[in-house]
Design a protein around this ligand. Structure first.
Ligand code: B12
Ligand code: SF4
Length: 420
């Protein structure tokens, strides 16, 4: 049985250099499909979608809200051709009712252990309208090594530089930060994968550079140390979301190849300044993630924050405009206050103002957003600073003998690379 698995395109942040990472949700889903399912995978961000292939179903994987408009176009076209359309992924869970209008079937939740049911229904032409597994999480041990073989790897490079492969070591997050939908999606309970399963998956990836996409690596100190200790011999270099601010953890992370981390910079306190310094002292780069437009932001606050970003010497800054995504705590608040200005999902890219800011006009917030990017990157653009980070990783790789020139067609396994 053949299906087309589609990852629709989405608009990138205008101020950021356009780069494409390999999708993650679809390859993790692919590992959960029954063996008899043959997959033709299309990542529309890097390759054209062709509708003239012989398939029994179009399966559309949607991660971002701003991916939905394009996903709906694709679904409507397939439905008009009489081909059943199944939707799944993060944005599908967040926009379940709206998605149902464009789908034959909608899958909500995590896919592991649930796909035999869906495909057996498809075979009998009895697909259900909704498969609802929200808050009914599969055993974390059932998460398999993702099927990266369905990707066309040569499409993921930036000017000849090898992009990172995405991998996850845990699900869930016990925090419930105001702009985030992860509490709704993966639940408030931290669910670590067994370390052996993660290491087995990492070993299988023919790329020395990884992005560990876990919500945050700040939940369980013992598990983190166990994970990093086991990762050390792999000599991978990796990027992640925030790391636990603990000397033992930072040391173990640096020893395991931590290249840089994302760190939210939400105020100008010593706590943030020291945290960034501690990371950098361990040789870990820092990409600050900065949200503009919260209720305590006025023009003065934003300009002071931007000055602080430069002062604390972040390696990179991803500055975005607060966006009230469905199912996030902040959206509920703004809805009650009648402050949502647009529900046009294509604008939910994090560089548009889609709500009424408290202390300034929409135009002023947009102006300050541009000011923040232009000021932070005044002495070298995004590309230059990103280049410097890549230079750092190359130096680390040369030092431990894992550096190799990128050859997209090379099929060597990672094991051969480390034994060089
Ligand atoms: C990786 C990631 C990215 C990568 C994506 C790379 C790529 N090539 O796709 C990058 C870094 C580019 C990215 C960017 C952004 N991201 Co992001 N990202 C994530 C992250 C951390 C992980 C996603 C993931 O891999 N999850 C693990 C996989 C295994 O889970 P999954 O996708 O749900 O898949 C499972 C099921 O859903 C199911 N499934 C998946 N697809 C399908 C399909 C079918 C048919 C079926 C049946 C099942 C199914 O099977 C899988 C296994 O169970 C999530 C947070 C999170 N932890 O989920 C945020 C997240 C998705 N991102 C978010 C945001 C806000 C953004 C940005 C808009 C803003 C920003 N600055 O971060 C930008 C985009 C800006 C722009 N316009 O360019 C929000 C989503 C908001 C929204 N509603 O749109 C999230 C949820 C984080 C949050 N804090 O709330 N992101
Ligand atoms: S922002 Fe990060 S730490 Fe906060 S709830 Fe979301 S995933 Fe968890």
């Amino acid at each position: 049985m053949k299906i087309q698995l589609i990852y629709p395109t989405w608009p990138r942040l205008e101020k950021q250099t356009e780069f494409h990472l390999p999708p993650h949700g679809p390859v993790v889903l692919a590992a959960a499909l029954p063996e008899y399912v043959e997959i033709e995978f299309v990542d529309e961000n890097v390759q054209p979608l062709k509708y003239d292939i012989d398939i029994e179903m179009a399966a559309i994987s949607v991660m971002l809200t701003c991916q939905l408009p394009r996903a709906f176009e694709i679904a409507d076209r397939y439905k008009a051709m009489g081909i059943p359309v199944l939707f799944g992924g993060i944005a599908v869970m967040l926009h379940a009712l709206e998605v149902q209008r464009h789908a034959d079937s909608v899958f909500l939740g995590e896919a592991e252990g649930r796909m035999e049911e869906v495909f057996s229904d498809l075979r009998q032409k009895k697909l259900k309208k909704v498969y609802d597994y929200m808050n009914n999480f599969p055993d974390i041990c059932s998460v398999q090594t993702a099927r990266r073989d369905v990707l066309k790897r040569e499409l993921y490079n930036y000017r000849g530089i090898q992009m990172l492969d995405l991998v996850h070591a845990s699900r869930g997050c016990r925090f419930n930060c105001f702009p985030c939908c992860n509490g709704f999606l993966g639940g408030r309970q931290f669910r670590p994968r067994p370390v052996e399963a993660v290491i087995k998956e990492m070993e299988s990836i023919p790329n020395n550079r990884l992005f560990i996409v876990d919500n945050s690596l700040a939940h369980d100190k013992l598990w983190l140390i166990e994970l990093f200790t086991a990762m050390k011999p792999l000599k991978k270099k990796w990027v992640s979301h925030p790391l636990m601010d603990d000397d033992q953890v930072l040391k173990a992370a640096a020893g395991a190849g931590c290249w840089y981390v994302y760190q939210a910079v939400f105020d100008t306190s010593k706590v943030i300044e020291n945290r960034v310094k501690r990371l950098q002292d361990h040789g870990i780069g820092v990409e600050g993630t900065i949200l503009l437009g919260t209720d305590d932001h006025d023009e003065y606050e934003i300009k002071t924050l931007v000055e602080f970003l430069t002062k604390i010497k972040l390696d990179l800054a991803e500055i975005t405009i607060l966006t009230p995504f469905p199912k996030s705590p902040i959206r509920e608040q703004y809805k009650k206050q009648n402050r949502i200005l647009s529900n046009n999902w294509i604008e939910y890219t994090c560089d548009n103002v889609v709500f009424q800011p408290k202390n300034m006009s929409v135009e002023k917030l947009k102006e300050l957003y541009n000011y923040a990017w232009d000021t932070f990157y005044a002495d070298g653009g995004y590309q230059t600073k990103m280049g410097e980070l890549f230079f750092k990783v190359m130096k680390k790789e040369i030092l431990d003998g894992t550096y190799r020139k990128y050859n997209p067609r090379e099929k060597r396994s990672f094991k051969k690379v480390v034994s060089q």
